[in-house]
Ligand binder design. Sequence first.
Ligand SMILES: Cc1cc2nc3c(=O)[nH]c(=O)nc-3n(C[C@H](O)[C@H](O)[C@H](O)COP(=O)(O)O)c2cc1C
Ligand code: SF4
Length: 605
Amino acid sequence: MAESSTLAQTIREIVQRHGGMSTRLLQILREVQDHFTWLPPETLDQVAEALGVSPDKVRNVAEFYSFLYTEPRGFYDILFSDNITDRMLGSRELLHYLCERLDMEINTTRADGLVSVGTTSCTGMCDQGPAALVNGYALTRLDKPRLDRIVDLVNSRTPLTEWPREFFEVTSNIRRADILLGRHFADGAALRAVLKRGPEAILEEMVKSGLRGQGGAGFKSAAKWISCRGAPGDVKYVVCNADEGEPGTFKDRVLMQDFADLVFEGMTLCGRVIGARQGFVYLRGEYRYLLEALKATLLRRREVGLLGEAILGDPGFQFDIDIHMGAGAYVCGEESALIESLEGKHGVPRIRPPFPTTHGYLNKPTVVNNVETFAAAAKIAVEGGAWFASRGTAESKGTKLLSLSGDCERPGIYEYPFGVTVRRVLEDCGARDAQGIQMAGPAGHMISARQFDRRICFEDLATGGSFMVFDQSRDILDGIRNFTHFFVHESCGFCTPCRVGTSLMRDLVTKVHTGHGTRADLEEMRKLGRIMQVACHCGLGQTAPNPVLDSLDQFPESWERRLRSTAYEPAFDLNAALEEARRLTGRDDPGAYLSGQDLLIGAMP
Ligand SMILES: Cc1cc2nc3c(=O)[nH]c(=O)nc-3n(C[C@H](O)[C@H](O)[C@H](O)COP(=O)(O)O)c2cc1C
Ligand code: SF4
């Protein structure tokens, strides 16, 4: 650890680089951690002092985000992506293999402090897994030879910059393109359109287009922009939600990697329409590898007059974009939690209304849209609303980017007009033997083969873009169990129905999955799921039981074949729990053990 005066100086410099603004707290803590590999208590105190905020606030933020560490970590911090699709590609075996080769346990830091190995939620590389992060940078296509090499690189303390480039290669895998990905877009065209035709005309095109939010909820984008434009106040903000934490989704990664200009253009267009001068991209921590390229794109756009002061020579057109990195919290994709995080707080969803369009970032009117929504808006400004609306269905205009992963020959990005059937998608991606699909991530819908003629659109199957395929060889409950763990990990803990409900649901699913469940447990899951759907504070908890409830309906046989015949069995082994008490009291006689009848006391009917 640095001398205290050097430490204080380092932290003051970091805080100054962020303008001494407490809204930058998360970014500051990320940078402090990059410097020290973790956040020792004295660094938190120094950050608090330099920002003039309470040490408790800084500590709360540091403890909230899973990529911020208040305990020491290894110099190399390796986190395996723990999505079900990574597991289907063998990630668990590789995780064990790596730990064995490094001579350490999973979820620990090696005694020499050189390396930590653990797991994290989906890293958004499902089309090129098994994946992991090392010091926040994505590693793709892991296999044993690659891990052998990583062991050597770690043990020889080779800096990450000297690791083979191909280990970090992230390919876009665009398999099907339509109007968004397939058509050329000239940088600045949407901004010229708004300068020529005016914001009202562009809003009219947006209304005609019928564009709906592509983050999943499907709110009409024009209505959002109109509401924000009409909200009182001169200071407004544009926020691009690039948090993309839904397991199985990676289409925003591809847009940010290959179409960043289009996304920035959509944000700048929105700024002009609603009267905002500042935009933010909230980029998920797992996409750290994109940061330098995105900053370079922003710089180039400033240099050519597409961003900054007097855009395209118009002195009244000012807009700039800042990138804010997340730090491993799925709930921060929820727009009000995202705004809290942007303000430098921990990401707990706000009570709504009021909505962000009137009370958003710093309580100012704010448009929050998904990456894909901004990209589509830029195209609509150029090509017109009617052009966009000529594709899709009555209630779902245009196209949708799907992230395909799991058991298929060609995982990757597929762009379809809304209304495409699940069956058609399965044919295109080479999923020959599909048993079921998890649509829209763990919070979405589980679809069995009986439903493959359903259509992907807001009238039928709405999705933010995740499409995970399970073939006949898979146990559907493996996926369900993985999802329940995900929600326990990602619940922000603010409200009891979610904090407790997600844990109870995981325990019940685990009980059945491990062969200890009874019919009463299935009924209990249904009851618990229904309570969570209505009692949880935000969308995370409200949708967390979906995969369990769907699979109980769609795949009853998967649950039934795991059931025991007994009417009731407790969720834990009571006799085993009493072992320590028996040991302490020196008792080993039959009376110190509970009988089968004792265990049934309190059993459900
Ligand atoms: C738990 C949770 C996570 C979410 N994650 C994302 C996300 O990663 N990206 C996203 O665009 N929207 C996400 N949303 C939806 C956002 O709250 C919001 O509806 C969206 O950003 C609005 O943009 P759109 O209208 O363009 O879809 C999430 C919602 C919830 C409840
Ligand atoms: S539902 Fe879950 S994630 Fe949402 S506020 Fe409650 S505890 Fe937090």
